[in-house]
Design a protein around this ligand. Structure first.
Ligand code: ADP
Ligand code: MG
Length: 313
């Protein structure tokens, strides 16, 4: 590792700043491996997401937001499984050791980790083009994880929170003129993983996924893996005033269905479900036996070709 600060000092100064808080992490950072205690009757849910400069974020990104978002996108995968996060590892590839960058990045990362009682238990630090990877670990009672494969014809399709705010944030970064850009930029830069909602959906949702590539593509994964289809009512989509205004001005009504980075949950529940859903959940459609995604808008039904972001196409 080149730069002005040695790798070990860097880790100690910016990442090994808290003793592990969680009883599942007896050791913390500093040995050859982290040690995790998973209690009997629980399964370990594990996910990894990598962010690469100029692919997942702009070179001029605020490093504090980047630290937050890198962790948030990983915790969002645990939320989508109904898993409770407790530990993460962090692999950093850095072109140089810029201390003010590291300070801001670790501030954003650690603040979100603390918010959810998650310990950073290890990682790796190397020199090269800016690439950031997190592995996140959570626990879920055996057999109770929320899968993509459980949706049934007749289920109601729900989303937590609003759609398209992060997509609008990206458009603003690319030059779209929005007179109240704050919400959209906040959603794009600092998405909130829907951990509490995912936990509340255990035993309730038949299927669940987090919306990283747009509702159409991510609901599409549920449909494919469950062997069903769905019908959405566009008018039911929960849109902010700014996204509504964008759609009116541009006529780009597909944006809230296709733009990525919202990190809300999409889940399905049995039609006769009568209990409590997480606050802010909105029904946007219904699961149908016939495969495919149909979107009703202004009385017209469109067959939706759902394609997420493809890295190799
Ligand atoms: P090793 O060569 O045995 O892999 P390293 O020198 O890579 O050890 O790391 C030393 C310790 O610091 C290990 O416990 C490792 O998990 C931790 N570590 C390294 N980089 C990071 C990082 N970016 N964030 C958190 N912990 C890290
Ligand atoms: Mg190492």
């Amino acid at each position: 590792m080149s730069g002005t600060i040695a790798e070990f000092d860097l880790i100690r100064r910016y990442f090994a700043v808290h003793a592990p808080q969680h009883p599942y992490n007896p050791l913390g950072i500093g040995d050859d491996c982290a040690l995790l205690n998973v209690p009997a009757g629980y399964q370990l849910a594990v996910t990894t997401d990598t962010m690469v400069e100029n692919v997942h974020f702009f070179a001029d990104v605020d490093p504090e937001s980047l630290g937050h978002k890198l962790l948030a996108v990983n915790l969002s995968d645990l939320a989508a499984m109904g898993a409770e996060p407790f530990a993460v590892t962090l692999a950093l590839t850095l072109p140089a050791t810029d201390e003010s960058w590291l300070q801001a990045f670790s501030r954003g990362f650690m603040a979100l980790a603390r918010q959810y009682g998650v310990d950073l238990v290890g990682g790796d630090t190397t020199s090269g083009p800016l690439t950031l990877s997190v592995q996140a670990m959570g626990v879920v009672p055996e057999g109770r994880a929320l899968l993509r494969s459980g949706a049934q014809a007749g289920d109601a399709v729900y989303v937590t929170g609003q759609l398209g705010n992060a997509g609008l944030g990206l458009k603003i970064k690319q030059g779209y003129d929005c007179n109240r850009p704050d919400l959209a930029l906040q959603c794009f830069n600092k998405p909130q993983p829907r951990i509490e909602q995912g936990l509340a959906l255990r035993g309730i949702a038949n299927a669940c996924i987090d919306i990283s590539d747009g509702l159409a593509a991510d609901l599409g994964h549920i449909l494919e893996q469950s062997g069903v289809g769905a019908r959405l009512q566009w008018e039911r989509l929960p849109l902010s005033a700014q996204v509504q205004e964008y759609v009116e001005r541009s006529n780009d009504w597909r944006m809230p269905l296709t733009a990525g980075d919202d990190y809300e949950l999409c889940f399905t529940v049995p039609a006769d479900f009568a209990g409590q859903l997480p606050g802010g959940s909105i029904q946007v459609g219904t699961i149908e036996a016939e495969p495919g995604l149909r979107v009703e808008r202004a009385g017209v039904t469109e067959i939706f070709e759902a394609k997420g972001y493809e890295h190799f196409s």
